[in-house]
Write a protein that binds this ligand. Structure first.
Ligand code: PNS
Length: 160
């Protein structure tokens, strides 16, 4: 069985992430979307909230599991017998950063973890969680970027 992990911050999940999740779920037998618990950052949504959002947004995908992790991705992947990390590439600007992470993870894992890149759907190539947070913080329209139930959750965080 080919298992893959799609790691990320997902703060919050966007239609761009969901497009990658749907396409990766069609390629791999099992896909675990795993939220990084990054103590160095102050997120908008807690890990638990992000996990619950992802569960709701992917409930139609039977081979998608939602989880969270702390520490190194390679340790998490090896511990869970996962051989592939999935990442989305939006534009050339993502490439250098993603290539560095992919090479480092492969080296750190002794070749046990490979990275598969899916090119983000052009319709979402401009989209990021950070712009959703910024637009949301000014009560701007984020309905084209995240699922409807997430729109309300973002506004609530900013007191709207
Ligand atoms: O959604 P993001 O914030 O771009 O995701 C980045 C992520 C979670 C994939 C990356 O930061 C990560 O895997 N962090 C875990 C720590 C780690 O393994 N670092 C080694 C790679 S250099």
């Amino acid at each position: 069985m080919k298992s893959a992990v799609y790691p990320g911050s997902f703060d919050p999940v966007t239609f761009g992430h969901l497009d990658i999740i749907e396409r990766a779920a069609a390629i791999f037998d099992e896909l675990t979307v795993s939220v990084l618990n990054n103590t160095a950052k102050t997120p908008l949504f807690s890990v638990e909230e992000r996990v619950n959002i992802l569960k709701e947004a992917t409930k139609h995908l039977p081979n998608v599991k939602i989880d969270s992790f702390s520490g190194l991705l390679v340790d998490y992947a090896v511990r869970n017998d996962i051989q592939v990390s999935v990442r989305g590439l939006r534009a050339i600007t993502d490439f250098e950063y993603e290539l560095q992470i992919a090479q480092t993870n492969n080296k750190l894992s002794g070749g046990k973890l490979d990275t598969v890149f899916l090119t983000t759907n052009l319709a979402y190539s401009y989209l990021s969680s950070s712009s959703v947070r910024e637009i949301g913080s000014f009560n701007g329209d984020i309905s084209q970027f995240v699922p409807e139930f997430v729109v309300d959750m973002v506004y609530k965080k900013f007191g709207f």
